[in-house]
Design a protein around this ligand. Structure first.
Ligand code: XMP
Ligand code: MG
Length: 179
């Protein structure tokens, strides 16, 4: 499977060390509080599982699935909830966990949607962030890695639903796209 990939962008060890740092920062910031960690399906499954295991703050987990309408690979900011959370957010400290922020439109919609449900706070943690994200006015408190504007797979991220189980983040070789 590794031969399909152009190159490993972020190794398993690099991901693990960076998640150690993010978990420590989150534990510091939320001291004395409890967190509702909200994973966005399906891409955030790996980062959610690993990050949560490195955190010591008391937490509960919930999941949402959203789909962003868009042309091709660009998201439009028009979002549909495929699976809503099962938790009442009133008074909760919500930490959204995402795999990747590209334009930021999906998260900006999602954050506003969650904030309308009366939580105590809503923050965002993402493993990866692409350069376009800086053009949308959305505050992301915890960022694992800023990466170039390339399509990446692995560690939860897919191409046509494949490669999610790779333990690292890599860029796809053009021949995988049929090029
Ligand atoms: P926006 O643009 O709203 O979209 O921030 C974020 C969503 O787009 C998907 N996405 C990717 N998925 N490799 C992927 O597997 C990528 O390089 C990539 N870039 C964006 C992803 O679903 C994310 O939640
Ligand atoms: Mg995807």
């Amino acid at each position: 499977m590794g031969e399909d990939l152009c190159k490993i962008l972020i190794t398993e060890d690099e991901i693990s060390s960076r998640l150690d740092e993010l978990a420590a920062a989150i534990d510091r910031d939320y001291e004395g509080k409890e967190i509702l960690v909200l994973g966005i399906l399906k891409g955030a499954v790996m980062v959610m599982a690993d990050l949560a295991r490195k955190m010591h703050t008391p937490l509960t987990m919930d999941w949402m699935a959203v789909s962003s309408y868009g042309s091709g690979t660009k998201s439009s900011g028009v979002v549909r909830i495929l699976k809503d959370l099962e938790t009442d957010l009133e008074g909760k400290h919500v930490l959204i966990v995402e795999d990747i922020i590209d334009s930021g439109l999906t998260l900006s919609w999602l954050k506003a949607n969650l904030e309308s449900r009366g939580p105590a706070s809503v923050e965002i943690a993402t493993l990866l962030r692409k350069p376009d994200a800086t053009t949308v006015d959305i505050h992301v408190e915890y960022v694992g890695f800023d990466i170039p504007n390339e399509f990446v797979v692995g560690y939860g991220l897919d191409y046509a639903e494949k490669y999610r189980n790779l333990p690292f983040v890599g860029t796809l070789a053009p021949h995988v796209y049929g090029g």
